[in-house]
Structure formats: C-alpha cells, structure tokens
Design a protein around this ligand. Sequence first.
Ligand code: SAH
Length: 257
Amino acid sequence: MNDDNKTIHDFDFSLICEYFSMLERQGPGSKDTTIKALGFTGNLNSGSRIADIGCGTGGQTMVLAGNAPGQITGIDLFPDFIDIFNRNAMSQGLGSRVKGIVGNMEKLPFEKEELDLIWSEGAIYNIGYERGLNEWRRYLKPGAYIAVSEASWFTAARPTEIEEFWNTAYPEIDTIPAKVRIMQDAGFIPVAAFILPDYCWTDNFYVPQAEAREVFLKKHTGNKAVVEFIESERREESLYMKYREYYGYAFYIGRKI
Ligand code: SAH
C-alpha cells in the first residue's frame, strides 16, 4: 500500500484495517460465546434472513453459519475484510449461504421487517449502542431477535484511570442494567445478558496480537504512525489486564416486540 497521498485520517484507518486483517478476530469473542448467544434466539429455518453487522473477516459469521439455518449477509465498511470474509466462506463450503458485502451500518441495505436475526459482535459501538438498537430494529420482523456484544462496566463504580480511558474511547460504555434498560426502551424484550469470559480477550484477542505486532512493526520499520498505533494497542491491553474485574464485553440478546 502506498502511504504517500493520504490524509492522516485515511492512513490511520487503512493502517488499523491492515493490522486487523492479519488476525482471525477483530474483537474479543469466542466460538462458545457465539453459540451460547445463538441459543437465546429462535424461530430460524432455511428461509431465514440473517445479517451480521460489522462482520470483519467473519470469524463469528462462519460459526453462526455452522449452527443456524438460513442465509447470512455479512456487512462491513472495509472492503479488504469483506474479501477475506468471502474467501473464508468459499473455502469452508458456505458460499451458497454466506455472503459478505461492503456497506455502512448507518445506511443498511435492507427492507423494513426483512430480517429474522441481527447479529453484531464488537461492532455496534461504531454507530453507538443506543442508536444502533433503535435504527436497526425496523429491519427485523416482529418476534425476531437481535444479539450484540458491547463494552460494559461490571460494577457500579471503578478506578479513575480506567474510567477516564473509556470515557475518551467510548463514552457510551455503561453498566449491564443500564444497557438492558436501553434495549428495553428501544422496543425489545431483553431475553438475556451475559458476560464474555476473559479468555475471549486474552487467548482469543490479545495473544494472537502479540505476534501480529512484531510482524507489523518489522514490515513498517521506521514508520512513526505504526509505532504509535502499536503502543496504543499495548496500552489498551495492559489496562485490560489490570482492570478486567471492572469491565469487558457483555452479550445482549433481545426479541423485537
Ligand atoms: N465482528 C467482528 C469485527 C469486530 S471489529 C469480530 O468480532 O471479530 C468492528 C468492525 O466494524 C470492523 O470490522 C470495522 O471495519 C467495522 N465497522 C466500523 N464502522 C463501520 C460502519 N460504519 N459500518 C459497517 N462496519 C463498520
């Protein structure tokens, strides 16, 4: 990739995407938690229409496809992720049921009440949890489900250092009861909320990044933006290791009423 004529903003985005393309997952999660969340949904058959919004390279989408019937559309803003996604779907023999398309979660290409399930792991924060639930609801049939994972506080209070970090990174982070209430107020019956085990962050998200960081730094030797980006990733990880009692991801599953 040629970095010459790009604004800092473009460069940062492509840099982040290039880095995360090297990884199987672009956010914390696991096969088990995807299957567990799926267990709280229902009413699916081979004609069902499922959307996985902010699907990345599709780690969780392929798990969904292996455990639920229906047609799955993965949507992501970043074309390189969608290329990898579609290659993965083909190589796993899922090409007829799973398709990745480039799209924006703020302007989804679906009809009103077209979908039987909306899935989104570690991605709704890009539009904001409350806005996402309220806007995406219209695409679901009555009685259909939504399942999203979202950064959440596990306790009513927490140390200032981690509070300040998140208030800058994602001010919508909130406690689990507050997130459940928002889901209810958006017109869903809150069916379940559960915390992702911390191996979803450590073994499945940060451990694979350790090697990716070395490869990435070597590939971009001398690039200051890369060094800064990797530093910020390391800081995020060290804060997680220090404060993981206080926050993490929770899955929220709701049924449209
Ligand atoms: N669900 C995947 C990826 C999570 S990372 C996983 O759990 O591994 C968040 C994803 O949201 C990234 O792939 C990013 O490219 C995508 N994204 C960010 N803003 C978006 C938008 N406006 N519309 C669609 N996708 C978006």
